[in-house]
Design a protein around this ligand. Structure first.
Ligand SMILES: [Zn+2]
Length: 414
């Protein structure tokens, strides 16, 4: 397998950023090139450069693929999903639309707990089938690598089952999957009167079992008033590190939860949501090298008009990533292109910054910055080909799918 993609109108390369997440001002430097070509050998990027130069190095076995003036971007990397779940919560949407707060729905046994009930009783095959369908939607939308969290089991067996579903789907479909254990997503009903005992269960039973299973790479926790306190979040993430799971944290989604401070203290790989984060929290995370994973589709769907202060975070020199937050409650979408539009309109990112956030920085947020997210030679040949006249067109022409082809490790998927 040796081919050259030619006749590319614009190419987002994300070249020149080395091995580190791209911070602050540098996020707009997507290395946009016109008239460049890319050569792929055995699923790996061999070379990228001006078309005449790349073509002159070909031999008789090199296939030439004419992209007919389309755009080429590194495949989108989706760094934050809750994809392994059963059923949906469409009925709850109407309540939220009428203004019932999420924490109230949760307190009445709805929200996450409703999905927990459905997930616990679904069985592995149903979970796999439903998750595979969501991954198919992501693939068609140009996503080539996906992080998936557990967290709808909230008992050891179902948490392990969710992670097993991720592992089996990794073998049965083309996208790269990255698993995160998130047993501390909510306190299950059986521990309602003794939430501390559930924290102990996560630490003493689930984490050792997850390590032994060997699928998850990260440990995540929902740090929020009424869910897990900063102290419990810290305990869980520290225990996760002891079990070889790198820390991530859902922080400051509904209020200033203290999560961004915990993220900085423990040097989390990433902190998620950050809708309510204050400036001090941003400064601490920037200093500690925590990547902010912003989920503007969630803000859009919660319809409160509260969005993360992305421009302030960039001023503080944070590295930002974007995600759909695909989940059955707050963000039932698998559409990263829609996320680009919302990020430009409401987080005030430029199209370049949004694309960097959905590719290279998203890869760093899940420990894949050395493999995907840019067109550096030696990385996987993961691309999305867009039928659009410019990169600005992608967020501008919103809520549409502009993908004409997706390459994963050099293989066209559509
Ligand atoms: Zn989440």
């Amino acid at each position: 397998m040796d081919f050259i993609l030619t006749n590319i109108k614009q190419m987002v390369t994300n070249l020149g950023h080395g091995q580190e997440p791209v911070k602050g001002q540098a996020m707009k430097e997507v290395g946009l090139k016109e008239g460049w070509a890319i050569r792929v050998k055995d699923g790996i990027i061999d070379s990228v450069g001006p078309e005449a130069e790349i073509l002159s190095a070909r031999d008789e076995n090199t296939e030439i693929v004419d992209l007919q003036g389309k755009l080429l971007l590194p495949g989108f990397v989706e760094p934050h999903t809750h994809l392994v779940y059963a059923g949906d919560r469409a009925h709850e949407w109407a309540l939220k639309q009428q203004g019932v707060p999420y924490l109230e729905i949760l307190a009445q046994g709805g929200g996450i707990l409703d999905t927990v009930r459905q997930t616990r009783s679904a069985g592995k095959e149903a979970l796999k089938e439903q998750t595979a369908k969501r991954l198919e939607t992501m693939k068609r939308g140009g996503i080539t690598t996906v992080e998936i969290k557990s967290g709808y089991g909230l008992d050891t067996a179902t948490e392990l089952l969710q992670l097993e579903v991720v592992k089996e789907l990794q073998e049965e479909q083309p996208l790269d999957l990255v698993a995160t254990f998130m047993g501390a997503h909510a306190t299950p009903p059986e521990y309602k009167d003794n939430p501390q005992a559930f924290v102990d269960l996560v630490i003493n039973e689930m984490l050792p079992a997850v390590e032994k299973q060997g699928i998850a790479e990260f440990c995540d926790v929902f740090c929020e008033a009424g869910v897990f306190s900063p102290e419990d979040s810290l305990r869980i993430l520290e225990a996760g590190i002891e079990h070889n799971l790198r820390p991530k944290i859902h922080a400051d989604e509904l209020g200033v939860s203290g999560g961004s401070r915990i993220a900085a203290q423990i040097k989390a790989v990433s902190a998620e949501h950050l809708m309510e984060t204050d400036e001090e929290g941003m400064e601490l995370m920037a200093e500690a090298g925590v990547i902010g994973v912003l989920l503007p589709a969630t803000s859009f769907n919660l319809a409160k008009g509260t969005y993360a202060q992305a421009r302030k975070m960039l001023e503080k020199n944070m590295a930002l990533a974007l995600s759909t937050d695909a989940n059955p409650g707050s963000s039932p979408t698998e559409n990263m292109q829609f996320v680009l539009s919302v990020a430009c309109l409401y987080l005030k990112l430029s199209p370049e910054e949004a694309i960097m956030a959905a590719t290279l920085n998203a890869a760093h947020a899940i420990g894949r910055g050395d493999l995907v997210g840019s067109l550096d030679p030696g990385k996987q040949a993961d691309f999305v080909i867009m039928d659009a006249p410019s990169i600005d067109y992608l967020p501008y022409h919103f809520a549409s799918n502009h993908v004409s082809q997706v390459y994963k490790k050099g293989v066209p998927l559509l």
